[in-house]
Write a protein that binds this ligand. Structure first.
Ligand SMILES: [Zn+2]
Length: 253
């Protein structure tokens, strides 16, 4: 069985097209979107429609929750103007999606389990507390027994552990590991059990930026930075992108 998991499209349809083409050429039995389909990017409705046409199953991400429940509380420690701009971008996105897509988004589950593969947005039981590459085997095995796939932090990786496999699919819309290519996670089970790998997909970044400038949603300067550099841009212009301290474990991506 072949399961393709992609995550964090964030309305970047220019990246999603080539990712879906790569997934189709790999050959999948199931396609799962692990959340944050629409928010912040220039083409939220096209992104959602492309996934529905491809037959994707959906897990709800934190930004899908903000969109479908009207709720978005600012993340601790974030710059107020930045938080207001993000909230305005979510409202822009709601208006673009319209009530029917928002209603379907509100029915998405927070987790799916497929033949022993658990798929969540950020981590099991929490759609904002991410799974980070620097987490130790001990920490990860607190979450996992078997195979767990997530997204949210925009940092793709696969770790094979004594307790199972953790795969972070990274992001279709923009990764934050310095590599501007999109990513997704390819899971295949055979006689030896499940195996996971990250696939990276180059796409036309200039096309994504042209869409962004044409539609010009609020917070698009940040999104332009992310798409074109794949590096973190802190609201204050300082600070590295890394795992937050446990007291403020909210990346909000
Ligand atoms: Zn997220």
């Amino acid at each position: 069985m072949r399961v393709a998991v992609l995550s964090d499209v964030h309305g970047n349809a220019a990246a999603l097209g080539p990712v879906l083409a790569d997934i189709r050429s790999w050959g999948f039995d199931l396609l799962v979107s692990a959340g944050d389909v629409a928010a912040f990017g220039p083409q939220p409705e096209a992104s959602l429609d492309m996934l529905e046409e491809a037959g994707a199953l959906f897990v709800r991400g934190n930004n899908d929750r903000y969109l479908s429940t009207q709720g978005h509380q600012g993340s601790p420690g974030r710059d107020e103007a930045d938080t207001a701009e993000r909230a305005a971008s979510l409202q822009w996105c709601r208006d673009r999606l319209g009530p029917a897509r928002i209603a379907s988004m509100s029915t998405w589950p927070v987790r799916l389990e497929i033949n022993g593969v658990e798929i969540v947005h950020a981590s099991p039981g929490d759609d904002e507390a991410g799974v980070w590459p620097e987490m130790t085997e001990e920490e990860l095995c607190g979450y996992v027994s078997g195979v767990m796939v997530c997204g949210h932090t925009h940092l793709p990786f696969v770790k094979t552990l004594r307790c199972g496999i953790v795969a972070n699919a990274g992001s279709v819309g923009w990764n934050l590991d310095g590599d501007t290519r999109a990513s997704w996670a390819a899971l295949q089970n055979g006689p030896g059990g499940w195996q996971a790998q990250i696939r990276r997909v180059p796409y036309d970044i200039q096309q994504a930026l042209a869409q962004l400038r044409m539609h010009n949603p609020p917070w698009s300067a940040a999104v332009e930075h992310y798409i074109s550099t794949a590096t973190w841009r802190s609201p204050s212009g300082q600070g590295a992108y890394r795992r937050p301290s446990p007291a403020s474990q909210r990346s909000g991506q």
